[in-house]
Design a protein around this ligand. Structure first.
Ligand SMILES: CC(C)(COP(=O)(O)OP(=O)(O)OC[C@H]1O[C@@H](n2cnc3c(N)ncnc32)[C@H](O)[C@@H]1OP(=O)(O)O)[C@@H](O)C(=O)NCCC(=O)NCCS
Length: 195
């Protein structure tokens, strides 16, 4: 009860890191596992299948799809094991963190690997395939954001060459909102659970 009241008034604190990676040069896909297949999501039924695997995000996936974001699905032996969404333009309702993209930027977001498949480098191959596709379509920089407390996601981002280029802090109290964007190096979050 106390937590719900606190949430209603104060809302969650969001401390995010912003990461970036150049898309110039070859994307290292040579060692990609042969049993991992990728498809770009083209139909609502594919979006529904993702929603069944991650029910909390099902409504968001529908909205991302309707807003023109694209998703790349990874499958092993036909079974969906993860996906990553990407956008070249940001819709303020769906991406309220206040980041703006420039021409040539490709924003990678809503990465998800099904819980039983985590820790098997699947995020790595989703990222690298996304980079290659974005590069083919003329993007020059990949960008992402990630909660500072999300160590697995930060490790997955670092493994594919993303570097932290700044941070964002969002606070809310009743109708008061404050967002801060700071570019530059960011000290690690020592309180984040490590693995
Ligand atoms: C973040 C996420 C996409 C990483 O996917 P992944 O395929 O497990 O990524 P990787 O295999 O590259 O693992 C990344 C790190 O997470 C760690 N890890 C996290 N959860 C794990 C688990 N259940 N089992 C094993 N390793 C795990 C691994 O130690 C690995 O670090 P290492 O390579 O130094 O050992 C996945 O954990 C996920 O879907 N999380 C929920 C959604 C989310 O947080 N998305 C990111 C938003 S920015």
């Amino acid at each position: 009860m106390a937590r719900r009241l606190y949430g209603a008034f104060v809302g969650p604190r969001h401390d995010l890191v912003i990461v970036s990676r150049t898309l110039s040069g070859a994307i290292p896909l040579a060692d990609a596992p042969e049993d991992l297949a990728f498809t770009e999501v083209r139909s609502r039924s594919q979006v529904e299948a993702m929603g069944r695997l991650a029910p909390k995000d099902a409504a968001r996936y529908e909205r991302l799809f309707s807003a023109g974001s694209s998703a790349l699905l990874a499958r092993k032996k036909g079974e969906i094991v993860g996906w990553g969404w990407g956008s070249t333009e940001l819709d303020a309702d769906l991406h309220p963190m206040g980041l703006s993209l420039r021409s040539g930027d490709f924003y990678i977001h809503d990465l998800y690997v099904v819980p039983t498949r985590r820790g098997q480098d699947i995020a790595r191959w989703i990222h690298l395939r996304r980079f290659a596709l974005a590069q083919e379509r003329g993007s020059t920089t990949a960008l992402g954001t990630c909660l500072r407390s999300n160590r697995p996601a930060q490790k997955a981002l670092a493994k594919v060459g993303f570097r932290v280029i700044g941070e964002m802090r969002h606070r809310r109290f009743l109708i008061w909102r404050r967002s801060r964007l700071r570019l530059g190096s960011v000290p690690p979050d020592e309180s984040a659970p490590g693995r």
